[in-house]
Design a protein. Structure first.
Length: 187
């Protein structure tokens, strides 16, 4: 289970790394669309090009749709990771429940000088699951609020996306998974 959790963590981080420049692109496209709306092409030397404004608007809309599509694909990848982690935690809980009658409370809660208790490790896994679930839901909700015709939302999207980053929580989850892996392997 743990090597799969570590792999899921790497996939999660990789997908988020792909999303950041896409969010910046989305903000840039919104700024370009706003600039196009604020300019009178007929009052510039570009007036000699027929349908230029419509073609530029179409290109910007197409690019915005493409970026939103890529972000939604990445959300599907994040959802797969979240589901995988939830399934892993459920499997651990199920295994514990199957053996609960042979494990007394002292055994489950007893810590040693060299290792945590079973209940500590299960708590850590639940913390990791909660982190991925919350991060996924926050990011998905943000993407669902974005509309190609709402330039203000698109312009603010990169900052709002970045505000969802939680480096300390990510480090904590990574450390937690490493600790669980270490203690399971030492048994």
């Amino acid at each position: 289970m743990l090597p799969e959790s570590e792999n899921n963590q790497k996939v999660w981080e990789s997908v988020l790394a792909e999303c950041s420049p896409l969010m910046v692109s989305l903000g840039n496209l919104a700024e370009q669309s706003r600039a196009l709306s604020n300019i009178q092409i007929s009052n510039t030397p570009l007036r000699d090009f027929p349908d230029l404004e419509d073609r530029l608007r179409f290109k910007l809309q197409l690019s915005t749709d493409t970026v939103l599509g890529k972000l939604n694909e990445n959300m599907s990848s994040l959802q797969s990771v979240r589901d995988s982690i939830s399934n892993q935690v459920s499997a651990v809980v199920h295994l514990y429940e199957q053996n609960a009658d042979i494990l007394d409370l002292l055994t489950v809660t007893e810590r040693s000088a060299t290792g945590p208790s079973v209940s500590d490790m299960m708590g850590w896994l639940h913390d990791a699951e909660r982190h991925f679930r919350q991060q996924f839901l926050r990011r998905k909700t943000l993407l669902q609020t974005l509309r190609p015709d709402d330039l203000s939302l698109l312009e603010s999207a990169p900052k709002r996306w970045k505000s969802l980053e939680s480096p300390s929580a990510g480090d904590h989850i990574r450390d937690t998974l490493c600790k669980v892996h270490f203690f399971i392997e030492s048994q």
